[in-house]
Design a protein around this ligand. Structure first.
Ligand code: AMP
Length: 137
């Protein structure tokens, strides 16, 4: 997409610190790093979110996520990783081209877990929630 920031990075129309590239995916450094070596992994094909990405592009995307995660743990001697996707404005998505954040984590880095991002627990019990999901309404 011509006006998509990350498509423009894929097409090398704007610069980025690219650390990995293959036929289907690209990994580059986030311009506003929240951790040492905060990396974004994207599909080269434009898709706003996972649901919009073709099924054939899912394995290459997560294969690159695995590869980069292993690389970061090894090179940075990271104690762990936080891997996540912001989907939709409500979750904080700012760039509408699917991207997986990989954040190397260290003991005592004072960060939180994914579960600490939001605290909006359900009003119904788990059984009711399961039934609602399975009824698909
Ligand atoms: P999100 O809130 O999940 O949409 O995250 C978008 C991310 O893209 C943010 O962490 C930004 O710092 C990052 N970002 C925006 N523009 C660029 C760019 N030109 N190069 C690298 N990262 C970028």
């Amino acid at each position: 997409m011509a006006d998509c920031l990350f498509c423009r990075i894929v097409n090398k129309e704007i610069p980025a610190e690219i650390i990995y590239e293959d036929a289907d995916t690209l990994a580059f450094l986030d311009v506003h790093p929240k951790t040492p070596a905060h990396v974004l992994v994207i599909p080269k094909t434009h898709a706003e979110n996972l649901a919009a990405l073709s099924d054939s592009q899912i394995p290459p995307l997560f294969s690159t996520v695995k590869k980069i995660g292993k690389l970061l743990r090894s090179v940075l001697k990271a104690d762990g990783l936080t891997i996540g996707i912001n989907e939709g404005r409500a979750s904080g998505q700012e760039v509408d081209h699917l991207h997986v954040h990989i954040l190397p984590r260290f003991e005592n880095d004072r960060g939180g877990s994914i579960q600490s991002i939001v605290n909006n627990p359900p009003l119904q019990n788990l059984k009711q929630i399961k039934e609602k999901i399975l009824k698909n309404d």
